[in-house]
Structures are given as structure tokens and as C-alpha cells.
Design a protein. Structure first.
Length: 87
């Protein structure tokens, strides 16, 4: 795969409320791509624009809290088998 794996973020007018780390398979091993965005629905577009979706291994979405902390919202260990609750 020859895609560039740089940090990607959606255009925003205020601080992001969500962060997602998507792990993609590459010839050189797994690569994490971090996306930051304001509204959860934006994640679909970011993933669609990013590296090849067929190379997506897993994704972790975190709600960013105002104090700089984050709370894991959901995790997909294998996108083809559906979402799992991080517990």
C-alpha cells in the first residue's frame, strides 16, 4: 500500500469532541492513524477518505472530556464481526 499514513482530522470550528485511532494492515506491519473530529457522524467520512477500508484491522473511538481526559466509547476488534463493548 502506498497511502500516506499521517494524522488526519476533520475541519472544525471548535475543539474536537471525539478521537478515533484506526489500525490498518500494511506490508510493513500495522499502522495507527489518529482522527479528531467534532461530531461522531464525521468518522464515517474520515474512514472512507483514509487508507483502504479493506486494510482496517480495528478502531477505538474515545469521547474527549473537557479536562483533557478521554473515555473509551467503543472498540471494534474486527470490523467485519461488528462492534464490541470495551467493558
Amino acid at each position: 500500500m502506498s497511502e500516506s499514513f499521517e494524522q488526519a482530522s476533520a475541519p472544525r470550528s471548535s475543539a474536537p469532541r471525539w478521537s478515533a485511532v484506526a489500525t490498518y494492515r500494511t506490508d510493513n506491519g500495522p499502522v495507527d492513524v489518529t482522527y479528531e473530529f467534532k461530531d461522531l457522524f464525521e468518522l464515517h467520512t474520515l474512514i472512507a477518505r483514509g487508507p483502504d477500508q479493506r486494510a482496517l484491522c480495528d478502531i477505538q473511538v474515545t469521547a474527549l472530556l473537557g479536562d483533557g481526559e478521554g473515555a473509551v466509547f467503543l472498540v471494534a476488534q474486527d470490523p467485519l464481526s461488528g462492534w464490541s463493548d470495551p467493558g
